[in-house]
Design a protein around this ligand. Structure first.
Ligand code: HEC
Length: 168
């Protein structure tokens, strides 16, 4: 449920790379771990380790082509310099046919045509990335934080009241 909301938000905020995406199914991280077997020959997701491809730990929210000292193709680096950031939405688009999304990428992987598989593998990757969209982004998040604080204070008040009543 939560993911649907996140995705909807991301779609609105998203940059030119995300051609109005088809609606992304809700991903299942456990199923995604299985899908990730297709990526494992070249990528690690739960550690900062380079294989044939860059580590995918923290990939969500990362500018394309910027992990560590990985020797990216110029196509990937230029995509990042041009504003491509990996989000659930851009990954969803990229992973259909990576070499169409980024012409000249060195990622030799034909793609995941099934929408559900892409959503699942993204849910898997999200476990090793910060929440997206980032929480400190914008007033809405600030407002929510303030509200939470208020709620916490109210709870405190109630607790004290209870104590006072019981000591009577
Ligand atoms: C045959 C090896 C190989 C496989 C399989 C592979 N990748 Fe990659 N991947 C790469 C390489 C190499 C790059 C760097 C591409 C470049 O520089 O153009 C890359 C780049 C990426 C990037 C961009 C990372 C960044 O830091 O900008 C993402 C995201 C990604 N791969 C996800 C996946 C996922 C998810 C799968 C499985 C569904 C997968 N890859 C399968 C080799 C592979």
């Amino acid at each position: 449920m939560k993911l649907v909301k996140l995705v909807a938000t991301a779609a609105v905020v998203l940059m030119p790379f995300a051609a109005i995406a088809d609606e992304m199914p809700v991903g299942d991280a456990e199923a995604g771990e299985k899908v990730f077997k297709k990526c494992r020959a070249c990528h690690v997701a739960d550690e900062d380790v380079k294989k044939i491809g860059p580590s995918l730990m923290g990939v969500i929210g990362r500018q394309a082509g910027t992990w560590g000292e990985f020797n990216y193709s110029s196509a990937m680096r230029e995509a990042g310099e041009g504003g491509l950031v990996w989000t659930p939405e851009t990954l969803y688009e990229y992973l259909v046919k990576p070499r169409e999304y980024i012409k000249g990428t060195r990622m030799a992987f034909p793609g995941l045509r099934r929408d559900q598989q892409r959503a699942d593998v993204i849910a898997y990757l999200a476990q090793f990335s910060d929440p997206w969209p980032p929480e400190e982004d914008g007033e809405a998040a600030e407002g929510a934080a303030a509200e939470e604080e208020g709620a916490a204070m109210e709870e405190d008040g109630t607790a004290e009241g209870g104590e006072a009543a019981s000591s009577d």
